[in-house]
Design a protein around this ligand. Structure first.
Ligand SMILES: [Zn+2]
Ligand SMILES: [Zn+2]
Length: 414
């Protein structure tokens, strides 16, 4: 008993008494103390326990809990092999589904005594299947973020593959107006297709996402794509300069290693004069989070018309007053149906006059992330203060708005 207490600790007598009610193999016995004896094989722990306690060994097939499951693992591990050969992955992890009866019997055993150091049967099955598949495929086992998760059903001898998505970073330039950044489902039919949307299921013929996606989908063999942009510009705004950072998420990719330079050329050839991409490279889920949280300074070029005659000298004064101005912007009327009505403080870093001909004026504005630029010009009925219209004392109408640079900061990875 002394040696047994040393091995499995605590209430060794109670544990042995509880175990005498079940006929378990060495592996299933050892597993109940696995976390105390880190790194020691469960079957080895089990045979030591049996040796020291005199508990009988029924052999693997006759084990009350596993019914000889571990003898079947070589065979189970080989089931997904053929399908896996059609997928590209460097790392894998295995999960399993156990028969309902097995799970019930395990619960019964664990309810008979505390067994504070027990490892769940499923954890060992996963680990053992993982070792085998790693050898069979020559791929590294990795629990966090594996390229491929294989789930094997040990009762039905079936499996599922759950490949992790592929993330590709890039920057896009949108050279024409009237294209939204992402697919915009029809607001009447939500994508099914109806007379309102001409059976397209969407509000716009295409989007930056849909223009960029096909070459990436083809190269990766993915089934779906999701576009993550570092903010977005208006549908009617072009996006110039060095482009806006984005990450394309590709679901269930068959291939993970392909020539991004070629894909980039393919995208640009396909969309000449409309959309361009640059700097394509592999990315990650973590980077999507960072990209979404980024608050880049943006440079805009806005052209507007004043509805009354304006004084050039006053215009010059207004422009210099706006450089460095702190704005109080109440949520614009045009987005108030989908955003909370609050007042935001935003800074205009710089404002300069690009051209003025008659009553048509173009300004270059650099402003904090989240500034509503159209409203900075129109004043939005007094909801943005100060504003160009307010300072000029003249009503202003926006003609066009372009993003001329998304400045993610020098030395940043974007
Ligand atoms: Zn067993
Ligand atoms: Zn519709």
């Amino acid at each position: 008993m002394h040696q047994l207490i040393e091995l499995i600790g605590g209430d060794a007598a109670g544990a042995v008494e509880a175990l005498s009610a079940f006929s378990l193999c060495t592996r299933c016995t050892g597993r109940l103390f696995a976390r105390r004896l880190h790194g020691m094989d469960n079957a080895l722990i089990g045979s030591r326990v049996k040796e020291l306690s005199g508990l009988a060994d029924p052999g693997d097939e006759e084990c009350y809990l596993c019914h000889g499951l571990f003898k079947k693992l070589d065979d189970l591990a080989s089931i997904p092999l053929q399908e896996l050969s059609g997928w590209e992955f460097e790392t894998l992890w295995v999960g399993s589904r156990l028969e309902f009866g097995t799970r019930q019997r395990e619960e019964e055993i664990l309810a008979s005594h505390p067994f504070p150091d027990a490892e769940p049967l499923k954890v060992e099955v996963n680990r053992e299947l993982g070792k085998r598949l790693s050898v069979l495929t020559g791929r590294e086992g990795r629990m966090t973020n594996p390229d491929m998760l294989v789930i094997i059903d040990t009762a039905f001898r079936t499996f599922e593959l759950d490949p992790s998505p592929l993330f590709i970073y890039g920057r896009y330039r949108k050279l024409v107006r009237g294209i939204p950044q992402t697919r915009w489902p029809c607001r009447k039919c939500h994508g099914r297709g109806c007379s309102y949307c001409g059976n397209r299921g969407k509000m716009y013929e295409t989007s930056v996402e849909e223009l960029i996606a096909p070459p990436l989908m083809e190269a990766s063999g993915a089934t779906e794509h999701f576009f993550h942009g570092m903010g977005r510009e208006d549908i009617d705004a072009v996006m110039l300069g060095s482009g806006r950072p984005f990450i394309m998420e590709l679901s269930r990719p068959r291939r993970r290693k392909f020539g991004l330079a070629e894909v980039q050329m393919g995208i640009n050839r396909l969309n000449e004069g409309r959309v361009e991409v640059a700097d394509l490279r592999p990315s990650s889920k973590e980077e999507v989070r960072e990209l979404k949280a980024a608050a880049p300074v943006k440079k805009y070029r806005i052209t507007f018309r004043t509805l009354s005659k304006i004084n050039k000298q006053l215009l010059g004064e207004v422009v210099s007053k706006l450089s460095g101005a702190k704005l109080a912007q109440r949520t614009p009327v045009r987005v108030s149906h989908r955003r909370a009505d609050i007042v935001r403080e935003r800074t205009v870093y710089s404002c300069s006059l690009s051209s003025s001909e008659g009553n048509v004026i173009t300004l270059e504005i650099e402003a904090e992330s989240g500034t509503y630029i159209k409203e900075l010009v129109t004043g939005d009925g007094g909801r943005t203060v100060p504003s160009v219209a307010g300072l000029l004392g003249a009503e202003c109408e926006v003609v066009s708005l372009d993003v001329s640079e998304v400045n993610t900061g020098a030395g940043e990875k974007w």
